[in-house]
Structures are given as structure tokens and as C-alpha cells.
Design a protein around this ligand. Sequence first.
Ligand code: 2P0
Length: 359
Amino acid sequence: MHEKVITAEGTPNIALIKYWGKRDSGLILPMNSSISLTLGKESKMIAGKTFELRTKTSVVFSKYLKEDAIYVNGKRLDLKDTDTIERFRAIDMMRERAGIRERALVVSENSFPTASGLASSASGMAALVYAVAYALDLGLTRSDMSRYARIGSGSACRSVMGGIVMWNKGTREDGVDSVAEQLYPETYWPELRDVVSITSPKAKKVPSRAGMARTVATSSLYKQRVKDVDGRIDAFLDSLRRKDFHEFARIIMEDSNSMHATMLDTYPPIMYMNDISREVIYAVHELNKKNGENVCGYTFDAGPNPQIITLREQVEEVAETLKNIRGIKSIFYTGVGGGPRLLDMKDSLIEEGSLLPKG
Ligand code: 2P0
């Protein structure tokens, strides 16, 4: 009955008010609420070609499958690995909700390289949860989906919706109220752009999950950050309501700086930025000063690659500034995305009638 193959795609998101630290690591419940921009699929290299920024995932549940099989970028994952088991718990939870025992075949591909500096975990988990929800006919709301995506990776819960999304930290111990909510659809501020610079394709030394746990355990500055975030969110929501880009940019820069300060205050310290990241920070402040107002704002995730949020008419000026910084390997930009969506049968990554990945 559940033998239909469903294919969905999702895109990454960039946190503007950051999530860093859990109050419950089993249920993935955050210490503070966070806000992000779901990124658009259509991306463009500066002075180069366009490309797609998305994860595509096909899913089928079948009584003919003996065990679950998950393929990511052509490689079959080891489902005995504890980290992988934890990341894909959402499939079991959704299967339980559907009241079935059929095993799943999941085939997933990222259209963007890992070295793009953008995490594929959010787009991957969002596409997966979306596809599974439809494959099992669960009739889930986006809010329900965000709860399942959260179990795979905290930041992923924000990618199940488009536009500007808030992950409410929630207060309940069972995490039921720790869900994402769309603040504004992708049509609200369509001029927003995210200009991403690649400064280093190297994998980070400290994974986010381990890094944030160490920050919560050792940084005293972190306690202050958690206290500050609520007020910052209020000011940020106000800047969004008024589409006041100057304030909007100031707040995202402050929040990124605050998160990276707590990383440095962690013991042993965590340092994701490199010299080029710092050059970009100086250059952005210089550019804003020259313009007499904030025309762009940087934000850094758990890595050295700057993402500069700006408006369409400023992309060129931002790119010109970045081109003068030595060591930046490539620059591309994208806009605001609409969140996950279903794709046609012809886009399926599963061979029709075979229960095997295509190709
Ligand atoms: C964010 N990051 O809000 C922040 C900003 C990195 C810096 O969420 O342990 O992969 O799976 O919940 O979501 C990265 O951490 O961690 C992250 P888990 P996740 O986007």
C-alpha cells in the first residue's frame, strides 16, 4: 500500500539569530530561539555560471525491502554507526506514527559540493522528512515536519519552511513546542540576497554538535548570550516588520559576533574563523561606513566562510569589495527560497519498479 516513490527537494538555511547550544541533547532542544532565511535554489557564481543549491531525496517504503537502506551522494550509509542511527531516528518515528513496519529505501543527492561552505544537513533532513511524510500519507503540517527534522539536526527544522523562519525554543520538557514557524513567506522581502565567500574548503576541526556542548559546559560568557538573545530577537523582529535593513544588518552582525565570542570563551577554545574571515569583517564595516549606513551584514556559521546578507542592488558592490580580499576562492549568491517541495516521478532517484538507486 505504501509502495509509492516520493521525491522532494529542500534547500539550506542561514541563521541570522544563531542556534548554538542545547538544553536537551537527546531531543535536540535549544537554549535559545533562532531565526533564519531559507535559501533559494537558484544560485549564481560571481561572473560565472548559475547552479542549483538543493538536496533532492527519493523515498519508498516496501514490504519487499529486508532492511532500511540510505544512499547519500551515491554512497550507502552504515546504519550501524551510532551517529547515523541518531541522525535518522526521524524515519523510525514517522514509520511508527504511520503504524507500519515496511523498510525504507532513501536516495539523496546534493547539487552543491560540501566545499561550498553550506551545510547540507538542513536541506537533506528537510527534503527527507518532507518526502517521508508524503510517502506515508501522514498528513503532517509544516510544524509537525519541523519536529521530525529537528530530531535529525536542530538547524534542519528551520528548512522545512520557506521565507524567514523562527525556531521557537519551547519550554516543555518533551519538546513538543520546540518547532519552527514561518514569520514571513519568501515573497515578503524578495530583494534579500546571501553572498557566500569560500575561504577554505577544509572540513572543520570541531563538529557543531560537540562544539556547542563544550560551549554550554565551559563558557561563562555563554550564559550572558542566552540572556541577551530574547531582547535581540525582539529588536530583530521589529527591524523585519519595518524592513529596516540598517538595523537588520547590525543585529545579525552582533549576533554572529556574540556566538563566535562564546566559542572563543569555550575551554579548550573553538575558533572557526580564519584570517580571511576577519578581513571580510573589517571590509564590511568599511563598506557600510563609506555608504553612511549598513548596506550589508556578515554572518558566520560554524566555519570560516562569510555569508553576507545584502539587498539585490548592492550585490555588485559587495562582490567588488570581496574580490579585493586575497585568499577568497570563490563567491556566489542566492536569494530567499520557498522551502521543500515535491518533484515529479521523472526526477526520481529510484529506478522504477526496482527498489534500487538509479544509475
Ligand atoms: C545555526 N549552527 O543556527 C547554527 C549557527 C551553526 C552555527 O545549527 O547538533 O547541525 O544537529 O542540532 O544544527 C549547526 O548545528 O547541530 C548550527 P545539531 P546543527 O544554524
